[in-house]
Design a protein around this ligand. Structure first.
Ligand SMILES: [Zn+2]
Length: 487
């Protein structure tokens, strides 16, 4: 989840000043702060800015939903559960093209195949919209303990990091549990490798050490920094992800090690042993490359100029095959569009599928989409980017009147236990649309295992249950159809 390289550190300060204004900054489902394209916190669209796209909103209660959309919902759910074409296609894409990091040929080949397949399926206005994206490449890397004993660690460099000198950096490790301890022990950090041994709590909280750890360590004279993998469970699986630098502070290499390896180093230092580590990285940031947002539509029958946009991000990190993050979100929304087309359910307004590029390390796809389509009338933006597990309902950010309408619509999803709507929703790629006061929605899933596999080599199709994918697609298809069709 790119948003994690958000400028959380800056956010902390800005958010507190906004908190005094009584408005709360928005967060993604995993609690990570949502920032606008300029890095400032984003708040729920104020009721004055958002308009209600529906007439007689008071009548749009659960009774109305059952009477008007009950049959359509039953047909959508039945159709969604009848086959696993979407899952087979997800497997095919992950197996055939592999990981899809921005700037990679893998990603562009996958996008070519998606565009061709959607055209063959007969979707409308299928196109790729060019987006300039950063091109970071990992290269060879390793991390090994050299004393008190030789021991090869399980590591992954963090996206955006610089390389070490050719022979690597060998230094003593200073283990800290948080930024406060680093500040307290700043004098000990000079010339050392700082290890942030921070156990996973909430993604939004723990990820700060990954995103800004190199800045804080360099500030106190460290030569490199390591983070305990941002993982809620581990089988010695390191988790990669984005990190960032600050212009005024020297850049140092930054990598993640598995939680088990962080524990070994921490226990040794707690016993008073000096631990020395050699970190070797050969990462590079190449000139920007061109990627594309993948777009396909189901044109509205009455108000085609009004748009419900739904999607996920098609890029991934360069490890594993980005199945949960975020091929699952892409295929659940793609299948939702497919279901409506196959059932001949054409709503009043246009439903647009957008598979955004570069979510993980730049958000350029989401930012480009918001800019390129700013003169169009979007009534709702939806993203699935929290993995695909058993659906439970939706998260929604927008005015209370719309919250009530979508809560009533969700009652159609009791048959698949997905009728819950909670306050607070959104996603990284749709967050740039908040500045245009477009209501935000995401799907809520039983995601307790998401951060077992997130940004690891283990993010592969077998981590998705095909039935969960179909149920997520059913829930999304019903909600998007109703949102796009209400009078
Ligand atoms: Zn993601």
């Amino acid at each position: 989840m790119r948003l994690c390289i958000v400028i959380a550190f800056v956010l902390g300060n800005i958010a507190s000043s906004y908190a005094q204004s009584g408005r709360t900054p928005l967060t993604t489902p995993s609690g990570t702060p949502i920032l606008s394209s300029t890095g400032t916190p984003v708040f729920a669209p104020s009721s004055s800015a958002s308009t209600v796209p529906y007439t007689n909103i008071a009548q749009l209660d659960s009774g109305f939903m059952q009477k008007t959309y009950g049959d359509a919902a039953k047909r959508i759910i039945a159709h969604a559960l009848k086959d696993s074409v979407a899952y087979a296609r997800l497997q095919y894409m992950c197996d055939t093209f592999g990981s899809r990091l921005s700037g990679s040929q893998n990603l562009e080949r996958a996008i070519d195949w998606l565009l061709q397949t959607m055209k063959t399926d007969g979707h409308e206005n299928v196109r790729g919209e060019d987006v300039k994206v950063p091109a970071w490449v990992r290269g060879e890397e390793s991390c090994a303990m050299v004393s008190p004993r030789p021991y090869t660690m399980s590591m992954l460099g963090l996206g955006g990091s610089i390389a070490t000198p050719a022979g690597g950096i060998t230094a003593e490790v200073l283990v800290v549990r948080d930024f406060a301890e680093l500040t307290r022990r700043a004098a000990e950090a000079k010339g050392k490798i700082v290890l942030y041994n921070v156990p996973f709590t909430r993604y939004g909280a723990t990820v700060r050490y990954r995103s800004e750890g190199a800045i804080r360590a360099a500030e106190v004279g460290a030569v490199a920094s390591l983070v305990r993998a941002v993982a809620s469970y581990s089988m010695r699986t390191p988790h990669t992800g984005g990190m960032r630098y600050q212009d005024s502070i020297p850049k140092i290499p930054h990598a993640a090690i598995s939680t088990e390896d962080a524990d070994i180093v921490a226990r040794m230092t707690e016993r008073g042993e000096k631990v020395k580590v050699r970190l070797t990285m050969s990462a590079q940031t190449l000139p920007d490359a061109t990627s594309r947002n993948v777009i396909a539509e189901l044109k509205g029958r009455e108000k085609p100029e009004e748009i419900v946009v739904m999607g996920g991000h098609i890029d991934s990190w360069d490890v594993g095959t980005g199945a949960l993050d975020d091929a699952g979100g892409c295929y659940a929304t793609w299948k939702a569009l497919q279901i409506l087309k196959e059932l001949g359910l054409r709503p009043r307004r246009t439903i647009r599928l957008a598979l955004w590029t570069n979510e993980e390390n730049g958000l350029r796809g989401g930012i480009d989409y918001a800019e390129r389509h700013k003169n169009e009338k979007h009534i709702l933006a939806f993203e699935s980017d929290g993995g695909i597990f058993k659906p439970q309902g939706f998260g929604f950010t927008g005015i209370p009147e719309l919250f009530k309408v979508y809560t009533a619509a969700a009652t159609l999803l009791h048959p698949i236990q997905s009728a819950e709507v909670k306050v607070g929703g959104g996603g990284a790629d749709i967050s740039p649309l908040i500045a245009q006061s477009i209501p935000q929605m995401n799907i809520e899933i039983e995601g307790s295992k998401y951060f077992w596999f997130h940004h690891t080599q283990a993010d592969t199709p077998d981590k998705i249950d095909p039935l969960d994918l179909n149920k997520c697609a059913a829930a999304i298809a019903v909600m998007m159809y109703v949102a796009a069709d209400l009078p």
